[in-house]
Design a protein around this ligand. Structure first.
Ligand code: ZN
Length: 138
């Protein structure tokens, strides 16, 4: 883990609770304290009603592939051993399709990934400080 060379997310004031919960192997999102809609990505105010109130809500572990691309050529050398790999939009179950997360589909040949495919989160502890939520076929 000490020689992890891939770019990593940099938590900010809004996203830090999300990344901390990923470290604890839990998916979560902000939910508006006024209109109750989910906010994604984490942000200071609600994009639906502009409220500043929110709570962090634990999410389920499953979702659906909404779209995806297969990366065959890398621009960052650290990803060379991973190609081909899948980058997907994952719509999370239980969020009324309000949360679509960008992540990887893993543990599945890229030729078998399909739009509409049910997936389940897998937490990848890539460094001592960072855990990335990825998805595998459910
Ligand atoms: Zn709202």
């Amino acid at each position: 883990m000490a020689d992890y060379l891939k770019p990593l997310p940099i938590a900010d004031l809004d996203s830090q609770p999300f990344w901390a919960r990923c470290k604890a192997h839990e998916l979560s999102a902000q939910r508006c304290g006024d209109c109750q809609k989910f906010r994604w990505p984490p942000q200071a105010f609600c994009p639906h009603c502009y409220s500043w109130k929110f709570d962090w809500t634990k999410l389920g572990a499953t979702g659906t592939v909404a779209s995806f691309v297969v990366v065959h050529y890398v621009s960052i050398p650290a990803f060379q051993e991973d190609v081909p790999y899948v980058v997907a939009h994952i719509t999370l179950d239980g969020t009324d399709q309000q949360i679509t997360m960008i992540s990887n589909v893993i543990e599945c040949p890229w030729e078998q990934v399909r739009v509409g495919m049910p997936v389940r989160v897998v937490f990848d502890d890539v460094t001592a400080d960072v855990t990335l939520p990825k998805f595998r076929p459910a």
